[in-house]
Design a protein around this ligand. Structure first.
Ligand SMILES: [Zn+2]
Length: 184
């Protein structure tokens, strides 16, 4: 088995995902990343018309994905970057590429509810594994935002793999492969 660097794997996977994006998926990613600006490295790779649109306009409705390709590839890569190496390996095997992934895995923060290392900031960030909104240890705020206590969210996670029943329909099993389990 050959070795592939993470960066390369992410590039291949992002391009592959781009090819299968439909209009509504493209629109949702564009909306998520419409806040990029000069402080992001990707800004300098974007075409001028897109920089102008980002500054002046709201995100497009029913976008032509090819017109926004650079922004979409950035968004797709950004999401993949949180995945551990074995997750990238598995995603590559789905498209027929069998390589050992090499490179430093992301150093993410453990979610206070499920313990998976899924967070970049830990404040006001929703965990992709259990859907608990983390509040940096502020239990009162966490309780009001999540509409339940951390204790009861942890209990839910131990029973149904999400912090609250309402999220059972939106999650996929690959989240347990994408993130590494940390400490609670
Ligand atoms: Zn979590």
């Amino acid at each position: 088995m050959n070795i592939m660097f993470r960066e390369n794997a992410i590039k291949i996977l992002a391009n592959n995902e781009f090819d299968s994006l439909n209009t509504s998926m493209a629109q949702s990613i564009i909306e998520d990343f419409w806040n990029v600006d000069e402080s992001d490295n990707v800004w300098y790779k974007l075409p001028d018309f897109l920089k102008n649109e980002l500054k002046e306009n709201d995100p497009p409705i029913k976008p032509d994905k090819n017109k926004y390709k650079e922004l979409l590839l950035y968004g797709l890569s950004n999401k993949l970057e949180d995945g551990c190496n074995s997750f990238l390996e598995l995603e590559l095997t789905r498209i027929g590429i069998h390589e050992k992934i090499f490179g430093v895995e992301p150093n993410l923060i453990s979610c206070e509810c499920c313990g998976y290392r899924s967070l970049r900031h830990a404040e006001f960030e929703i965990c992709e594994v259990c859907y608990w909104q983390n509040c940096g240890g502020n239990v009162v705020l966490a309780m009001s935002l999540n509409k339940k206590s951390l204790h009861s969210a942890r209990l839910s996670f131990s029973q149904i793999d999400v912090s609250s029943e309402q999220y059972m329909s939106v999650v996929s099993n690959e989240r347990f492969i994408k993130y590494v389990r940390g400490n609670l």
